[in-house]
Design a protein. Structure first.
Length: 130
């Protein structure tokens, strides 16, 4: 069984800078992730397999915390918080003014932030290419 520690280790093993910009430095949210019992390899997929992982993320109770952490730490690989690395890179390029991703995701009235908070798979690339 993979533990939440393994989820965090997967972050580190795949080049994620663990820069803690938030007060919850213990990353306790990871223990509640639906993927906490999966092998880390399940998160780092390509192509069509990413759609399957994304669809599981939508039901995850800590999806937004996971996404905020991945954006804050500039995760280069894998599906985190329901977004692929391509979508996260596009967000980082488009929203260069954001310094605290958790606050932006949870509180912003930006249409993409609102869509991220909704129970559907967000259309990130369509929104940031306008």
């Amino acid at each position: 069984m993979v533990t939440s520690g393994s989820v965090l280790k997967a972050h580190a093993d795949n080049g994620v800078k663990m820069s803690y910009a938030h007060s919850d430095k213990d990353q306790s949210w990871a223990a509640k992730a639906l993927c906490a019992t999966e092998t880390p390899d399940a998160l780092f997929v390509q192509g069509a397999a990413q759609r399957q992982v994304r669809s599981r993320c939508i039901a995850c109770p800590v999806r937004l915390e996971c996404l905020a952490d991945a954006l804050q730490s500039e995760a280069n690989f894998g599906v985190w918080g329901g977004l692929t690395e391509r979508e996260r890179r596009a967000m980082l390029r488009y929203y260069t003014h954001v310094t605290d991703w958790r606050t932006w995701i949870m509180e912003s009235d930006d249409p993409l932030a609102e869509e991220l908070r909704s129970p559907q798979i967000p259309r990130v690339l369509a929104r940031v290419r306008r």
